[in-house]
Design a binder for this molecule. Structure first.
Ligand code: ATP
Length: 328
């Protein structure tokens, strides 16, 4: 490998997700393995602008593979959206001798990385870290698998109460633009109905389905609703609507919220983070830039950042069909 990279910076940006620490650990240790220096950049792009850096060696990432959140902290930086802010960031990187940056975050963070590369030629590599799994060029983003397991565990617990009291529960899960969490966790937890941003089930069909499920002798029902559900109703408005039309139902709402982002990463996310971190550093060493590392058919693959930002995977309609059959 004809490596020209001597010092790599790593940062986490945007919303945190389980597995980010495992990815930081992987980047730091891959650098150490190849005798490259590594610098942790705190608070995403804001820390870059302020020169909030810390040298990291293999022992500085001990015992973090199992921790949620990010030891480097994350931030959304308005200042980095301005050319002036980015210039300050570049000056700090130059002074520190950093000649490549690994950005762990979502599509906004990747957009920032691309703009930065275009302006200053700084080599950048992205690692997809977001629980929503809404990034093109990877079958799994870091934290998605953990979030699915968290949601399934929560719904299992809610079901205990639902079935003890013959209740209908609306459970809101994360996913403003993408229903992957709702659809997969919904099937995994045996939800009767799943409402997602990509498909408009329609209120009439929801009513019909709930009526059918009651008449078929089901003692409890769980409806999983993604935040950005296409019907455009909040989970509380849905509750009011169903209460009005099916008064025999005793309805409760549970919004899972931020607990979905936290917690120890699953084994899958830890392994994924480790693989992606190695590929990100070694790709920089090979002189590559402006790519995202991701998983496609279980192969670690590079996708141009531009495609990763613009591309879109449609929802798996076969999963919708499976969900329909399962709620018979
Ligand atoms: P999440 O999926 O959790 O929202 P994200 O990476 O998409 O993560 P954003 O808040 O959209 O999160 O972006 C993170 C940061 O990236 C922003 O705060 C900003 O500093 C930087 N960024 C986003 N878009 C741009 C842009 N067009 N130009 C420069 N920087 C940007």
């Amino acid at each position: 490998m004809n490596n020209t990279i001597k010092k790599v910076g790593v940062l986490t940006s945007g919303g945190d997700s389980p597995g980010m620490n495992a990815a930081i650990r992987s980047v730091v240790r891959t650098c150490a393995y190849h005798n490259i220096e590594c610098v942790g950049i705190y608070r995403g792009y804001q820390g870059m602008i302020e020169g909030d850096f810390k040298e990291m060696g293999p022992r500085s990432v001990n015992n973090i593979i199992n921790k949620g959140g990010t030891i480097l902290k994350s931030a959304r930086s308005k200042e980095f959206m301005s050319a002036e802010g980015r210039k300050k960031a570049f000056e700090h990187l130059k002074k520190e001798g950093i000649d490549g940056v690994v950005v762990i975050g979502g599509d906004g963070s990747f957009t920032g990385a691309l703009v930065f590369n275009k302006e200053f030629g700084m080599p950048v590599m992205g690692i997809p870290g977001t629980i929503d799994n809404d990034i093109f060029g990877t079958s799994h983003t870091l934290g998605y698998d953990t979030a699915l397991n968290t949601v399934v565990e929560c719904i299992d617990k809610i079901r205990d109460t639902a079935s003890s009291h013959n209740r209908l529960f609306f459970v809101e899960v994360m996913g403003r633009d993408a229903g992957h969490i709702a659809l997969n966790a919904g099937i995994g937890a045996g939800a009767e109905e799943i409402l997602i941003p990509e498909e408009d089930l329609g209120l009439d069909r929801l009513l019909e389905s709930l009526e059918k499920s009651r008449n078929s002798g089901k003692s409890s029902s769980i409806v999983v609703v993604a935040e950005g559900d296409k019907m455009g109703k909040s989970v509380f408005e849905l509750k009011d609507y169903i209460e009005e039309h099916l008064p025999e139902y005793d309805i409760r709402v549970s919004v899972l919220g931020h607990m979905q982002r936290g917690g120890a990463p699953s084994c899958f996310d830890r392994v994924l983070a480790s693989r992606l971190g190695v590929k990100a550093v070694e790709s920089l060493m090979e002189g590559k830039s402006n790519y995202m590392v991701g998983l496609i058919q279980d192969e670690v693959t590079l996708t141009p950042l531009e495609q990763a930002i613009k591309g879109h995977y449609p929802i798996d309609t076969e999963l919708l069909r499976v969900s329909d059959i399962m709620s018979t």
